[in-house]
Design a protein around this ligand. Structure first.
Ligand code: NAI
Ligand code: CS2
Length: 498
């Protein structure tokens, strides 16, 4: 550790000191950029507002040790750069106590989930982290190692802790360990999925049934029934991946290097279903909304914000825009974004109390146009197969049921298919857990004789073949989507080929 690196014990002069938690009350699975700029900030502000410092966070990073290696030498403390249209600000956050990497520290994570002082497990593991099959059920093969570890502990009282290989597996193993004491706990997912809490609960129960079939699992099932809740939540704040340039910029302000820096827009919102099994931080003191029914907020956010985001990401990338701000201020894309937002998505929604959807939509477009976050089209374009069903699936199904053909959705899907096709042809490939399936579909649809190029008439024919093959990917579109809608998507190819 060098002296010029941010550390909890050496806060730069003139900067407010972050909170110093006195206990770990929360285990967070998937400590990427978003958690640090959202739930950890709400937790910090709640501690400041109430003086209750029991809610330190043990972050868990499963796919790589990078965040642990960034934050541990800093004593967990890091800065958030809020990048507004007009001005920016920097604040230090201390609510993350440490970060664990399960490949090396599974026992510590399980022990912390089971500890009496822990009351909440939160998650931001991305849509793909839930190990769902295309039909939404648990991919038991993907979590097999953890299910085997759970069965081994329960049957034989195995002592050696096997490293966790999946987030769902880690969670279920942690809950199983906690079940021994019967202490209640709340599992709060903060990922962008429709009905996220119910989805997670179902997956956890499927994991228990698969690992401990029949009466073997009765104890754990009874514990889940009696003492564990899985509230839904809607989370919102645009938090792009941090760039080295942003670290340089904040180093100027802090006078020291922050390897754990995260960047977010000024806007933030958190709506949480009020269904906690035990104590929780007073997040409402930091501006969160606790409510009986999250669904109208979640639907509005996923369909209006995320649906438009994906449309701008794919069509913007195709038009040569590297950032969302560049894409959404391109007049052609702006017009299609508005078509999707106001003509397709908005009429499918019931506004949550007090929310003017028209204004909310305009605000979303203005947020996207903020150039200072640096959010890239390539980042939002990632994991399309995981995001599209949650963002466009409901809009599509509800529009068709109401007798409307959603033209914006058709344009968005055409842009996604063209994005996949171009990245496959260029050899770059797509960043998506189902990339191999997508690439195989494009290759299988190839026009014989290598005529599948871009731009000419043969290229358009090739693009249509590819598009039809890609849209047939199981789980992508709602099951009863008619062929006429696929024709409508194909009719948009010319519009996305810019
Ligand atoms: P990130 O890339 O910075 O972090 C992703 C985290 O998820 C990492 O800790 C990674 O280890 C973990 N993860 C990824 N795949 C996994 C897998 N297969 N199994 C276990 N863990 C896995 O991404 P970021 O920005 O933190 O976003 C994460 C999620 O948070 C998003 O996918 C979304 O659901 C939600 N979110 C993000 C927002 C944003 O603007 N960044 C805003 C609203 C929600
Ligand atoms: C984005 C979101 O990466 C994406 O797919 O659409 O993560 C978006 O930034 C957030 O949901 C905003 O709250």
């Amino acid at each position: 550790m060098t002296e010029d690196r941010l550390h909890r014990d050496r806060i730069p002069v003139g900067i407010d000191a972050p909170v110093m938690p006195t206990a770990v009350g929360i285990v967070h699975l998937g400590i990427g950029a978003f958690h640090r700029a959202h739930q950890a900030v709400y937790t910090e502000r709640a501690a400041i507002a109430t003086g209750d410092t029991r809610w330190g966070i043990l972050g868990v990073t499963q796919r790589s040790a990078t965040v642990r290696d960034q934050l541990r030498p800093q004593g967990g403390v890091y800065a958030v750069l809020t990048a507004g249209e007009q001005e920016s600000s920097v604040e230090l956050i201390g609510s993350v106590v440490d970060v664990a990497y399960p490949a090396e520290e599974t026992a510590r994570v399980l022990d912390t989930i089971a500890a009496p002082s822990t009351h909440v497990v939160t998650l931001t593991i991305t849509e793909k982290g839930y190990a769902r099959r295309p039909d939404g059920s648990l991919d038991t093969e993907a979590v097999a190692a953890d299910l085997a570890a759970l069965a081994a502990v329960t049957e034989a009282g195995e002592d050696a802790v096997r490293p966790a290989a999946s987030a769902i597996g880690l969670l279920v193993r942690g809950l199983a360990q906690r079940a021994a004491s019967g202490a209640p706990i709340t599992v709060l997912t903060c990922d962008n999925m429709v009905d996220n809490g119910r989805v997670l609960e179902r997956l956890v129960r499927e994991a228990v049934d698969a690992a401990l079939p029949g009466s073997e699992g009765d104890g754990l099932r009874a514990y889940l029934d009696a003492s564990v809740t899985f509230p839904c939540s809607m989370v919102d704040r645009i938090v792009p991946a941090t760039t080295p340039e942003q670290r340089d910029q904040v180093e100027q302000t802090l006078g020291v290097r922050d390897e754990g820096l995260v960047v977010g827009e000024p806007f933030a919102q958190w709506v949480i279903e009020d269904r906690f099994a035990g104590p929780r931080p007073a997040w409402e003191a930091a501006g969160a909304t606790l409510t009986k029914d999250v669904a109208p907020f979640e639907q509005a956010k996923l369909r209006l914000l995320n649906g438009t985001h994906s449309l701008v990401a794919y069509s913007g990338w195709l038009a040569g825009h590297s950032t969302i701000a560049g894409g959404v201020t391109d007049p052609v894309i702006a017009q299609r974004a508005r078509q999707y937002l106001f003509e397709d998505a908005l009429p499918t929604l019931t506004p949550p109390d007090g929310l003017d959807l028209q204004q909310y939509g305009e605000q979303i477009l203005a947020r996207f146009a903020n150039p200072h976050t640096g959010h890239t089209t390539a980042q939002v374009a990632m994991d399309g197969t995981q995001k599209i069903p949650f963002r466009w699936g409901g809009v599509l199904a509800d529009s068709l049921a109401a007798g409307r053909e959603p033209r914006g959705v058709a344009f968005g899907l055409a842009a996604w298919a063209e994005f996949v096709r171009r990245r496959t042809h260029s050899g770059e490939g797509v960043d998506d857990p189902r990339a191999a399936e997508l690439e195989a579909l494009v290759e299988a649809a190839e026009v014989p004789g290598g005529m599948d190029g871009l731009g000419d008439v043969a290229g358009l024919a090739g693009a249509e073949e590819d598009l039809r093959a890609l849209l047939a990917l199981p789980g992508l579109l709602p099951e009863d989507t008619p062929d006429t809608f696929v024709d409508a998507v194909a009719a948009e190819i010319g519009a996305v080929e810019r």
